[in-house]
Design a protein around this ligand. Structure first.
Ligand code: ATP
Length: 443
């Protein structure tokens, strides 16, 4: 067969399905026409047995990807080198770099195609140590303002004293690594080394490597992160290690879901669970302990000021409301990644405003923002709503409006006063009045 007669489609199909780059293509109507294996892996879809693409069309894809494709379809302009960190359908943290191009023929747009490079592992190896606190993790560094988190720290302290095996249970980004390191640093005398075994990035024989490392190792803390990602064979090996070295070293393990469910799904060996279960600590997701959110942001920003000499003071009320209503599937890690991302975009702003939020995050909170104009419903007279005295109504309307304007200008009094057509002093007086009224109402 000559090259001219060769059906290249077969080669293109093979290439698409076997490349290490995620590919998602849509036609001019915005319908998915290519969605390759690697993209399914990146998105965490378990659709091996699905070949019919129409089923893929109804699947809820990552919003930001979808919209970049649609955006490119509309504009005809490529969008390249967009770095994104998000939590996929399996709750795994994924970082990708995406290039999205229009597909043109004879001056007409036929569709758009996105190439997604999965850089999760690289990102973790290179950047995460930098995002760390630059100091050993002790319980004091961990944000624990909520009662739930205070309880976690309380049990973790007991675990450090007892030096018993610990199982940390919690979604991705809830702080299991931090708590494990906190336990290590609270042991007395402190164990020699803190070793993390990354089971979720395992190369298949990570436990064999641990076994080699443990020979001649002085008393240390060994943290096996996300044991449910180990093969059952590797879990058996881990059990053997625990039997052999359990009295010498402190072993801590973590799982991302309810361990009983993981056992039922045959993802975790019952005996391995029993080994750790005596001291299990559940770290609730961020959405169930929202009182940790703002203190975490404040801690983050004060570190940011210290390390980078930045001016940043806080977040505006509007951003705070959005943060408090978003459900944070990636928990504090997602919030931290978001703050990192905004940090790189800020120059000399003092407040994080809605405008600074990255596009992908705006999309996530768009529905809430659209359906819930901030307190605006308070000013609409509804038949069933109890009427308030005029001066209360006017005071609330003033508070609402001043806050909106201050947010718009990143809390800059001079600019906000100018926009409101009043002097700085007048605005400052009104802000003070607003704050004292708020205090009186709360007390
Ligand atoms: N309570 C907290 N206080 C301060 N920082 C936190 C807290 N929880 C999480 N973080 C931040 O989030 C990042 C991720 O947390 P961590 O790696 O401990 O989560 P994890 O539960 O182990 O997630 P995974 O299961 O994905 O490994 C940490 O580097 C830390 O900066």
């Amino acid at each position: 067969m000559t090259n001219e007669n060769l059906d290249l489609t077969v080669f293109y199909e093979f290439l698409t399905e076997n490349t290490a780059i995620g590919i998602h293509a849509i036609n001019a109507q915005g319908e998915t026409i290519i969605y390759n294996e690697k993209m399914k892996k990146i998105e965490g879809l378990n659709l091996d047995d699905v070949s019919d693409r129409s089923i893929l069309d109804i699947f809820r894809f990552n919003n930001a990807d979808e919209s970049t494709l649609l955006q490119v379809l509309q504009s005809g302009q490529s969008v390249i080198n967009v770095k994104q960190t998000y939590w996929n359908q399996n709750g795994q943290e994924i970082t990708t770099i995406n290039d999205t191009y229009p597909v043109m023929k004879d001056g007409q747009i036929l569709g758009a195609i996105e190439f997604s490079r999965d850089i999760t592992t690289l990102e973790k190896l290179v950047n995460q140590p930098l995002q760390r606190y630059g100091e050993p993790i002790t319980f004091e560094v961990i944000t624990a303002v909520s009662n739930e988190m205070k309880r976690v720290i309380q049990i973790a302290k007991k675990a450090a004293i007892a030096k018993l095996p610990v199982l940390l249970i919690g979604e991705s980004g809830t702080g299991k690594d931090l708590v494990a390191e906190g336990i290590h640093n609270a042991t007395d005398p402190i164990s020699e080394q803190f070793i993390t075994v990354y089971c979720n990035r395992s190369d298949g024989n990570v436990i064999d490597k641990l076994a080699e490392q443990l020979i001649d190792l002085p008393a240390s803390t060994v943290f096996c992160e996300r044991i449910e990602y180990l093969s059952l064979e590797q879990q058996e090996k881990l059990l053997e290690i625990l039997e052999q070295y359990g009295t010498e070293h402190l072993f801590i393990a973590s799982v991302g879901n309810d361990p009983i469910d993981l056992i039922a799904e045959n993802l975790v060996l019952k005996d391995l669970y029993y080994y750790f279960a005596a001291m299990s600590i559940t770290i609730p997701p961020l959405k169930e302990r929202l009182s940790d959110l703002l203190p975490f942001v404040q801690d983050y920003l004060s570190r940011y000021r210290r390390f980078f000499g930045s001016q940043i003071k806080g977040i505006t009320n509007e951003v705070e409301q959005l943060f408090m209503h978003y459900d944070w599937p990636g928990n504090l890690k997602e919030l931290e990644v978001l703050l990192d991302e905004m940090g790189t975009m800020m120059t000399n702003e003092e407040y994080i405003t809605y405008d600074i939020l990255p596009h992908h995050f705006k999309l996530k909170v768009q529905e809430y923002r659209d359906t819930t104009p901030l307190h605006a419903e308070d000013f609409v007279i509804q038949a069933e709503q109890e009427l308030m005295p005029l001066d209360t109504y006017l005071r609330e309307a003033e508070t609402y409006y001043l806050n909106k304007v201050l947010d718009k200008y990143g809390q800059n009094i001079t600019k906000a006063a100018e926009a409101l057509g009043m002097s700085r002093q007048n605005l400052q007086y009104r802000i003070r009045k607003m704050k004292s009224t708020k205090k009186t109402t709360v007390d």
